[in-house]
Design a binder for this molecule. Sequence first.
Ligand SMILES: NC(=O)c1ccc[n+]([C@@H]2O[C@H](COP(=O)([O-])OP(=O)(O)OC[C@H]3O[C@@H](n4cnc5c(N)ncnc54)[C@H](O)[C@@H]3O)[C@@H](O)[C@H]2O)c1
Ligand SMILES: O=P(O)(O)OC[C@@H](O)[C@@H](O)[C@H](O)[C@H](O)CO
Length: 386
Amino acid sequence: MIAVHFGAGNIGRGFIGQLLNQAGYEVVFVDVNQELVDELNLRQSYEVQLATEGAPLSQVTGVRAILGKDIETVAQTIAQADLVTTAVGPSILPHIAGAIAEGISKRLAGEARALNVIACENMIGGSQQLKGYVYGFMSPEDQSKADEWVAFPNAAVDRIVPLQKHADKLRVTVEPFFEWVVDQSQIKGEVPAIEGVTYVSDLAPYIERKLFTVNTGHAVIAYLGYLYGYGTIDEALQDQEIQQAIRGALQETGELLQKKYHFEKETHEAYVEKILGRYSNRMLADHVTRVARSPIRKLSPNDRLVGPATQCVERGISAEYLGLAIAAALLFDYLEDPEAMQIQSDRKQNGFAHAMQSYTGISEESPLGAIVTKHARTLQDRIISN
Ligand SMILES: NC(=O)c1ccc[n+]([C@@H]2O[C@H](COP(=O)([O-])OP(=O)(O)OC[C@H]3O[C@@H](n4cnc5c(N)ncnc54)[C@H](O)[C@@H]3O)[C@@H](O)[C@H]2O)c1
Ligand SMILES: O=P(O)(O)OC[C@@H](O)[C@@H](O)[C@H](O)[C@H](O)CO
């Protein structure tokens, strides 16, 4: 069995590649990083290290890699594959769609066989969005054949994999916890037997619970942690004000999720406590700037901050702490993050209200806009006085 996985980065090697390998797939990574591709082809294996005291290294073996620009080889491999997965980042999906489309078209020209393409990205409806991009590269005839044989089941993936700093370029340190949930109702052909994957008939509660708890909480710590001068997530979590903000924000999203999806209060509270424990893992040394990366994406209307904040306001739930995190994200001025630089340049040229409206869709006059603006003023005063 062959699995083609786009993105041999942290989550690609540290989670998806490992689980697929354990399930018996020959994992073929596709990546644009020449050094990574060469190293994977040279060694055909890599090590995964759990971020717990004394954990043994596990080996992922029998892997190979293709350079992303070698579209012909990528398409040939997809034509023969049993599964396609991605972990490249939401903004990269349009860039891999052409190669996937070419692979599907080659496959459809031969003997018909079902294929599932699963985007493992932190976003709602990732695989379906990828499908839209892929279909944009296909003829109407291939699109209707693909409707019969190719599926794009949405998924939610959860495992904290920080930036890596090993002498061994392929080794990856990961937290012990993981969760991979896939929408079974969208699968075509046999359901892939992958230990560690949970198949569900409705993904919405799972992806929203994950994105609006794990990632919302993470974003609160990262943006406030950055402004307060902390380097890593576990360090920032020691700060009493940040702890209050994260608990407050997760109280807000918790109330929303319980109302929307009827999660039991106690079960949800236990889920939150487990996540707070995961963030505090010092062995991960997860940088606030990684977790805060790409603020334009993270501030978009359906993502982890503005998505739940807007829904909270609509349902009469407080969005005070979510508003604080949105303000902090709009002030994130990390020089090495191009999206942060774009927001800051817009803010300096056109003012805070303009930047808030452009990147979040929140107007200054709205109730949420008033909350965000109030917190931005307090945060800016704090930055100036420091
Ligand atoms: N790291 C985590 O904790 C974590 C957890 C869950 C989900 N995710 C999600 O997984 C995705 C990847 O995150 P990551 O942390 O592994 O990032 P990463 O930067 O470590 O990995 C992304 C990889 O994609 C490759 N890539 C970029 N453009 C490409 C292209 N056109 N074709 C093929 N490969 C390309 C990069 O070279 C890189 O190796 C994101 O959507 C992220 O939100 C990350
Ligand atoms: O990957 P992003 O940029 O969407 O979000 C940053 C982190 O919150 C994220 O990578 C988490 O570590 C991960 O989602 C945990 O499952």
